[in-house]
Design a protein around this ligand. Structure first.
Ligand code: SF4
Ligand code: SF4
Length: 329
């Protein structure tokens, strides 16, 4: 009898360059690691490519116990359409941790020690442009289909940000997703919007400077809003998703949500995302610790408000599941 085979699209298509390692998927938790503690040294590309093949070789019912992917919800049964590719179509760029604000919910807090950085500089770990050039040279990136996701840290304090974008444009890239606090205006982002090559993600999380300052530990609400207006100017559908991360005791109230939407309507934002902070999304066993019951009400209000104003609202499936199970049952 043939062994049951598994497949993972993330393993096949995604390459993630984190500050401490280069690995397969964006989960950052499990999954094969191509380069441990990478600091810009020369890469053995043969070994690098083989790591992916070795990981696929373990994706069958006999060997799955030995696989770093064991238990991952992305695994699915392999079909005849699932073919291992040499090239990646999604590249996560997240090789620095410096940021010019200090969100209280920041997942990078452990590495950045909550420091706020004002001056643009190099990543403390490695430069990305030389690695990117090498990835293209090794034919590991699908030039036509590539989506680059630039995460960070924040781009405004990463000296090579613009250089990176130019390298992507030079080699061909389908789209660039940029996650930024949007405190500093970037002319190159405007240029990418004109080229139809970018989707900008920013977390405003509120509709007032007071709440912003409490959440982000910097007084930059007006800068961020001004830049949103600047990027949106003259565009019917700005390629911008403004996130609202619900944080207990800070912005988890009706008034703040309404003010957020008043602002979005005023600016002309057409896409928002509702989510919850990592304390509840990742780090709490919700079967043991009670989930804030009013999160259900906030979620419902948020979605209704978006609909009423003709704004598209997205919710990450894991967050949707948590809300449905623990706050709306
Ligand atoms: S199965 Fe899971 S852990 Fe393994 S590569 Fe895919 S997403 Fe990553
Ligand atoms: S903007 Fe992002 S990287 Fe900066 S502190 Fe906030 S969550 Fe962290």
């Amino acid at each position: 009898m043939t062994k049951k085979q598994y497949f993972c699209n993330e393993l096949n298509n995604v390459l993630s360059c984190f500050h401490d390692r280069i690995m397969s998927c964006c989960t950052g938790q499990i999954g094969p690691v191509y380069e441990e503690a990478y600091r810009g040294k020369r890469i053995d590309w043969k070994k690098f490519k083989q790591t992916k093949l070795d990981a696929f070789a373990l994706l069958n019912e006999e060997d799955i116990e030995k696989s770093p992917c064991k238990g991952c919800f992305f695994l699915k049964e392999k079909t005849e359409n699932d073919v291992i590719s040499q090239q990646y179509t999604m590249l996560n760029v997240s090789h620095w941790t410096q940021c010019n604000c200090g969100c209280i919910y920041c997942a990078r807090m452990f590495d950045s020690h909550g420091e706020i950085t004002y001056k643009s500089g190099k990543s403390q770990y490695y430069d990305f442009v030389p690695l990117l050039k090498e990835l293209y040279k090794q034919n590991l990136l699908n030039r036509k289909e590539l989506v680059a996701v630039i995460q960070g840290g924040d781009i405004s304090v990463l000296k090579e940000f613009e250089k990176m974008i130019k390298e992507f444009l030079k080699n061909g890239v389908k789209q660039i997703h940029i996650l930024t606090n949007n405190i500093v205006y970037q002319p190159i982002i405007k240029k990418l919007m004109d080229l139809n090559k970018v989707l900008l993600f920013t977390s405003l999380d509120c509709g007032t400077p007071e709440t912003y300052k409490k959440l982000k530990r910097v007084d930059k609400f007006n800068d961020s809003v001004k830049n949103l207006r600047e990027y949106s100017k003259g565009r019917e559908n700005p390629p911008i998703i403004v996130k609202y991360i619900l944080v207990e005791h800070f912005n988890d109230n009706k008034e703040e949500i309404i003010k957020f939407f008043d602002l979005m309507s005023d600016i002309g934002i057409k896409m928002v995302e509702f989510t919850i902070d990592n304390k509840w999304a990742l780090f709490t066993n919700l079967d043991e610790k009670p989930f804030p019951p009013h999160y259900g009400e906030m979620y419902t209000l948020f979605k209704e408000e978006a609909k009423k104003r003709g704004i598209k609202c997205s919710v990450y499936s894991k967050v949707e599941d948590i809300i449905q199970k623990y706050a709306l049952k």
